[in-house]
Design a protein around this ligand. Structure first.
Ligand SMILES: Cc1cc2nc3c(=O)[nH]c(=O)nc-3n(C[C@H](O)[C@H](O)[C@H](O)COP(=O)(O)OP(=O)(O)OC[C@H]3O[C@@H](n4cnc5c(N)ncnc54)[C@H](O)[C@@H]3O)c2cc1C
Ligand code: SF4
Length: 502
């Protein structure tokens, strides 16, 4: 009996479940990695995402080969013929794969017509398995992230003092929302020069016209585990000490601020969540860091990241199609072409995404997603755009973040109120409004900021539904107090804008 392992493009670490199940017999175990051109063209991807994934796969194949595995690397059209050929050549009787985290890929694997048995090994990419999350969720009346996060702190003994949180407090969010006032001195991010393998992937993508969105160069991301570890180390020493206070700030020309930039690596398996969390905890003790910064960061990985994947599997497949507000507007074209908008906040963030495939959390939530929400864009259209535009996008992280958190299309399974705001929030947390043609204070008139008239139009369109969300009552009260004649003017501006941007 010969067991062969198929390593998927987001399973690139030697400790992953399928590889570790054969570690002792690695020299007799055929392993395959496959780049499918057909799969890469099923939806648009940021050009740098293709470079990142394929270069990381090629580097990982070399690493496995040096460690003694029998590695085959295929660049092909479709997965199935490449697999069938390799299975036959190697006399494989069992194909072993670590269960993919993304549902569409799981379906693809289950539909393959293979002439050997298929053994799907439970995924070891997250701290919480699907069943552990389900057990937790089934024991709760409400699925609050905060409750889940506290459970994680206890379960994995992170920043704990016995049964209590270190310093007696679980959450330091209030200290971590400082607006970017004055000149901030930010750390430079750690970027990399492309090596020979990465350069050849870039040339192939250009030569075969595979790029569909974003700039392919300069490509500055890491593509190996050692690059990813260097990024983590850089973050721990240069950024973590001050990660907390300006976590939500947005500054023109500052693409990364104190953020870690590790999501692309975590999501491909080049870093594991536990090593990231324990490294941050170790830095807290050894470097005597501020707890609000370290706790704020650990909450992202131990809390949000695990919670998002837990909810993805806890909800059924139909979650992706939810549309609580019944929003059906098309996505404005400028999401694909940043130069086509004169709204400075959107222009700056979209340009950054085109250049890097990256934006930090608040740029994604309160600029890109917020605008789509208040305009009334179809949640599925904006989800497809996020999936195309970001380097760290995968089905499991997209559905919950965009459909749930960003668009409130699940009616509140994930968030306690919609993340909708006017220009006020963007002005408070960024410097974008200073250089904009629109007036952040106006909600009517020629210079009115579209975030303003759409925000009030959104509240008015959905006031009946929003009444059921207790946290919205205060702002709905303001809607009622609006002076006569103003709402029709707001609605007319919104309708006119939609017509022009169809
Ligand atoms: C609309 C929207 C779309 C998003 N799309 C993605 C996506 O495609 N891929 C992705 O990994 N994250 C996504 N996020 C979550 C978050 O914005 C990114 O993980 C984060 O910005 C990545 O940058 P960073 O590594 O510098 O993060 P940091 O700010 O340094 O945070 C550290 C880590 O925490 C984790 N994290 C924090 N929040 C989340 C979250 N909500 N979901 C999952 N992980 C989280 C990430 O692994 C991140 O690397 C999205 C959020 C929103 C609101
Ligand atoms: S004024 Fe409005 S459109 Fe301009 S940057 Fe501010 S929020 Fe964005």
């Amino acid at each position: 009996m010969t067991i062969g392992i198929w390593v998927l493009g987001d399973q690139l670490w030697t400790g992953q479940a399928a590889l570790s199940s054969r570690e002792a017999a690695k020299t007799q175990t055929p392993v395959i990695l496959i780049e499918s051109r057909h799969y890469a063209q099923k939806r648009p991807y940021h050009s740098q995402k293709l470079v990142l994934v394929w270069s990381a796969m090629r580097h990982f194949a070399e690493e496995l080969h040096s460690a003694g595995w029998q590695v085959t690397y295929e660049i092909t059209d479709k997965f199935e013929p490449a697999l069938l050929k390799w299975i036959k050549q190697n006399g494989i009787s069992e194909l072993r794969v670590m269960t993919p985290n993304d549902r569409p890929f799981m379906q693809l694997i289950q539909n393959l017509q293979l002439d050997c048995s298929l053994n799907l090994i439970p995924n070891s990419h997250f701290l919480w398995s699907k069943t552990e999350f389900q057990d937790w969720a089934n024991s709760r009346k409400r699925l609050l992230m905060e409750d889940f996060y506290r459970e994680g702190r206890k379960r994995f003994n992170i920043l704990m003092d016995g049964n209590k949180p270190i310093d007696g407090q679980w959450n330091f969010d209030k200290q971590n929302r400082r607006p970017p006032k004055g000149k901030l001195t930010t750390p430079a991010p750690l970027w990399f020069e492309p090596d020979e393998i990465t350069r050849s992937v870039i040339e192939e993508i250009k030569g075969q016209n595979l790029a569909s969105y974003g700039e392919i160069e300069p490509f500055r991301w890491g593509v190996t585990r050692s690059d990813a570890l260097a990024v983590l180390e850089h973050f721990l020493t240069q950024c973590l000490p001050t990660f907390g206070p300006y976590q939500d700030a947005m500054v023109t020309g500052e693409e990364t601020l104190w953020h870690s930039l590790i999501s692309p690596y975590l999501n491909l398996g080049l870093l594991t969540p536990l090593e990231v969390i324990t490294a941050a905890q170790k830095a807290y003790f050894e470097q005597d860091l501020e707890l609000n910064s370290v706790e704020g960061f650990i909450r992202q990985v131990l809390g949000w990241r695990e919670y998002m994947q837990g909810i993805y599997h806890f909800q059924d497949e139909d979650y992706r199609n939810l549309n609580w507000f019944n929003h059906n507007e098309p996505l404005p074209d400028f999401y694909w072409h940043s130069s086509q908008t004169d709204m400075n906040c959107l222009h700056q963030v979209l340009k950054q995404v085109e250049n890097t495939g990256y934006a930090h959390h608040i740029q994604r939530l309160m600029v890109l997603s917020n605008f789509a929400l208040i305009v009334g864009v179809s949640p599925q259209e904006i989800e497809a755009w996020f999936h195309a535009a970001f380097l760290d996008a995968h089905d499991w992280v997209m559905q919950t973040n965009v459909i749930g958190m960003g668009q409130f299309a699940d009616g509140g399974i994930l968030a306690s109120k919609p993340y909708a705001s006017s220009a006020n929030y963007i002005n408070k947390m960024s410097d974008y409004c200073k250089n904009c043609t629109y007036d952040l204070k106006q909600r009517t008139g020629k210079k009115a900021c579209p975030f303003n008239f759409f925000y009030w139009d959104f509240l008015s369109r959905h006031q009946e539904q929003l009444k059921s969300q207790g946290r919205m009552n205060l702002v709905l009260g303001n809607l009622k107090r609006m002076k006569a004649g103003e709402l029709p003017e707001i609605k007319a501006l919104a309708a006119d804008w939609r017509k022009k941007n169809k």
